[in-house]
Design a protein around this ligand. Structure first.
Ligand SMILES: Nc1ncnc2c1ncn2[C@@H]1O[C@H](COP(=O)(O)OP(=O)(O)OP(=O)(O)O)[C@@H](O)[C@H]1O
Length: 256
């Protein structure tokens, strides 16, 4: 079986400082994985390496069995990896539907001239309608992105990410800035829209991590020190010492 995503001894240095120091990870198809770790551990850097935004210094990254290190973000995206855009990358003056349709058209290859085709691509329109429904914004279909609530904008961002049909999805702190009740609903939404797909998230909120992930990868100083089911990671002494013990205590105290 080839893994959905495989990192073998990946290293990344910025100048003389090595940030990712031999990271290994093997994610099976359909698995939901949360990457956790202290601030500055290299989680965002790892996402940037996987999605091709930064080149690796050494090692290899494989997507569904094929090497992707050295490829451009566009090429990696075409091979089936989709990374969440930030809210600021929404087209604020376009409607929910138009935002999704742009993402669909982009994924079909209309990179810079997609506006020429707007309105006359039935398949793209149909796919866009489906995605709008999946992210439960059908009642806001024609509302401009700038007039959505924050949580709705984050849902739209997820819709844009999945619109192209990628089967390995990277989400960077998908529930950041949401209230507790919004977060709960949003976890359910993420579960639904990524059903059957492989999901990687970077996450600080342990409630989200334990609610969403089949497996947790713990990144400390650029190394994956544990990769296992949530209960096993929670019980792992090395993880508790390096990170989780203090974070759980903090989050429990905050919730108490
Ligand atoms: N382009 C860059 N050039 C130089 N150093 C960088 C660059 N990007 C990240 N770093 C450094 O790499 C280290 C890891 O940063 P990164 O943002 O990946 O950590 P993180 O685990 O995502 O942190 P956080 O949880 O705070 O978001 C930091 O010390 C950061 O300053």
């Amino acid at each position: 079986m080839s893994f959905a995503l495989e990192l073998n001894n990946v290293r990344k240095a910025f100048g003389k400082t090595e940030i990712i120091r031999g990271a290994n990870l093997k994610v099976a198809p359909g698995e939901r994985v949360a990457i956790i770790g202290p601030n500055g551990a290299g989680k965002s850097t790892l996402f940037n390496l996987i999605s091709g935004r930064f080149g690796i210094s050494s090692g290899e990254i494989l997507l569904k069995g094929k090497r992707i290190d050295g490829r451009t973000p566009y090429e990696i995206n075409r091979q089936g990896l989709a990374r969440s855009f930030q809210v600021s990358n929404l087209f604020h003056r376009l409607s929910v539907f138009e935002n999704i349709r742009c993402a669909v058209l982009w994924s079909l290859g209309y990179r810079y001239s997609f506006w020429k085709f707007l309105g006359n691509l039935d398949d793209a329109n149909e796919r866009a309608e489906q995605v709008v429904e999946m992210i439960k914004l059908d009642r806001k279909r024609d509302v401009l992105a700038m007039n959505l609530t924050y949580a709705e904008q984050r849902a739209l961002e997820i819709g844009i990410t999945i619109a192209g049909g990628g089967d390995v999805i990277l989400l960077d702190e998908p529930t950041a800035g949401m209230s507790k009740s919004e977060t709960k609903r949003f976890i359910q939404l993420i579960r639904e829209v990524t059903e059957g797909k492989t999901l990687l998230t970077v996450e600080h909120d342990m409630g989200v991590v334990f609610g969403l992930a089949d497996k947790i990868a713990v990144l400390v100083y650029g190394e994956v020190i544990a990769f296992d089911k949530p209960e096993a990671v929670r019980a792992n002494v090395r993880v508790q010492e390096a990170y989780l013990g203090s974070v759980l205590a903090e989050q429990q105290a905050a919730g108490a």
